[in-house]
Design a protein around this ligand. Structure first.
Ligand SMILES: Cc1ncc(COP(=O)(O)O)c(C=O)c1O
Length: 444
């Protein structure tokens, strides 16, 4: 009879065979193959790891989740990483943790204000509203698509307690300026690093500056688990709070399937509960269940090994696009970066200039017709969406650039699955579009 290990080996070798047969990359045919804006990049190792976790049949967070959390924290050089089931959940947990009454003076209370931007992904802003806090919107710069730092101090009121912003599309915001304000006004800083894994600012990874940072492992992101997210922090107290909100609001911090990690499971007296009530069932927060499964983490563990090469590929693809498109800066605002920033790009953003002679819709339609996927800068201006009807928010100054972005900005991919041939095809399509438009102009 075969041992478990021998059987596993056999299964894994079949999985590899299956991968080679069923998942092999198809040849790229310009004009026929779809150029995605992003996508999963993986090999048989992710499939094997996923099957390995299936054979464990542990299902909830287990050995793979622990391994990922440890290795991800080491990669970034932070104390704690906590996995969750999405980047949106990570954002919700980050802000919810700051509403814990255990934080005393620093607790975020209903009606407190959180500074953010309206040009971005909705679930950076939604947790502010979901926690009965008030988002305060500041405009962004065109080119960097990040917050206008010179407006932050003036936007602060006596109810302002936190700043919660993303490194837009992987492009680090001015961390020197933001950190100075955070320290001076004793604010919380949450970095939404969902689109910026691997980006650096003055040599240090983004996501390691603020009190908490969040990550997404949805397929278009720098590494994937299918669905998945993470939070990192250097503050052990915040780690506990995040864990509590993630795991039903409980006070106990035992791993799934473990008992008595605190060593005094039947020796607590909290709230109005009787002395000795089982700590496993004592709740200190109004929490959620936003845990990850071990199958997701098993995929993540293998993706993490590929992360350095993914980051390099994103940078390379961005550079190739930038070098090819810079001659069109009469028509487009090209991406700009802060001094000291080293972006690990999520995508390549372009804003059609006012006097370009064509609209964003013209170029986007042309690219899509030529099988090149395009995307908007997410919500464009979140305050203009139906979801915002009746929402209580404040704007500091106008959101002129945010509206400009909603109307005139789009992006194309830079993800590691894009080859030099694909990038050349994208550049060729831009060239064809511009020359068509120039000829239209002449005949008009
Ligand atoms: C900046 C930003 N924050 C948060 C999220 C949410 O992540 P998820 O899709 O994993 O919920 C996204 C999604 O792409 C994002 O771009």
């Amino acid at each position: 009879m075969k041992t478990k290990e021998e059987l596993k080996k056999e299964i894994f070798s079949k999985v590899k065979e299956y991968f080679l047969l069923a998942h092999r990359q198809k040849q790229f045919i310009p004009g026929k193959s779809k150029v995605n804006y992003a996508g999963r990049v993986y090999d048989e190792k992710e499939l094997i790891s996923l099957v390995d976790s299936a054979l464990d049949f542990w299902l909830t967070a287990g050995r793979f989740a622990r391994q990922f959390e440890k290795e991800f924290a080491e990669f970034l050089g932070v104390k704690h990483c906590l996995l969750t089931n999405s980047g949106s959940s990570a954002n919700l947990l980050a802000l919810s943790a700051l509403t814990s009454p255990t934080l005393g003076e620093k607790q975020l209370k209903p009606g407190d204000e959180v500074i953010t931007v309206a040009a971005g992904f909705p679930t950076t802003v939604n947790p502010i509203i979901q926690n009965n806090l008030i988002p305060v919107f500041i405009d962004v710069n065109l080119g960097t698509y990040n917050i206008q730092c010179d407006k932050i101090e003036d936007a602060i009121s006596d109810r302002t307690k936190a700043i919660f912003i993303a490194h837009t599309m992987g492009n680090p915001f001015n961390l020197d300026a933001v950190m100075e304000i955070v320290k001076k006004h004793d604010l919380w800083l949450i970095e939404d690093n969902c689109d910026a894994l691997g980006s650096k600012y003055k040599g240090k990874y983004t996501g390691t500056f603020g009190h908490i940072a969040t990550f997404s492992f949805y397929p278009p992101h720098h590494a994937t688990m299918g669905e998945g997210g993470a939070l990192v922090t250097n503050d052990t107290n915040l780690k506990r709070l995040i864990e509590s909100f993630r795991d039903w609001g409980r006070d106990c911090w035992c791993e799934p399937g473990c008992d008595n990690s605190c060593g005094k499971r039947f020796d607590w007296q909290l709230g109005e509960l009787p002395y000795g009530y089982d700590h496993k069932y004592i709740y200190s927060h109004i929490g959620y269940n936003l845990k990850v499964t071990d199958m997701q983490a098993a995929v993540g563990v293998e993706q993490l090994k590929k992360l350095p090469s993914f980051i390099e590929a994103r940078k390379r693809n961005f550079r190739l696009l930038y070098d090819g498109l810079k001659k069109y800066d009469k028509y487009f605002i090209l991406p700009e970066i802060e001094k000291g920033a080293e972006p690990s790009w999520f995508g390549f953003l372009l804003t059609v200039r006012e006097n370009a002679g064509f609209s964003k819709i013209d170029i986007v339609k042309y690219l899509e017709e030529h099988k090149i996927a395009t995307r908007m800068l997410f919500a464009g201006n979140i305050t203009r969406h139906p979801s915002f009807t009746g929402v209580n928010y404040r704007t500091y100054g106008d959101l002129m650039n945010t509206d400009y972005i909603m109307n005139d900005t789009f992006w194309v991919g830079v993800y590691p699955g894009m080859t030099g041939e694909i990038i050349r095809y994208i550049l060729y399509c831009f060239e064809e579009f511009i020359s068509l438009k120039l000829n239209d102009g002449k005949s008009a």
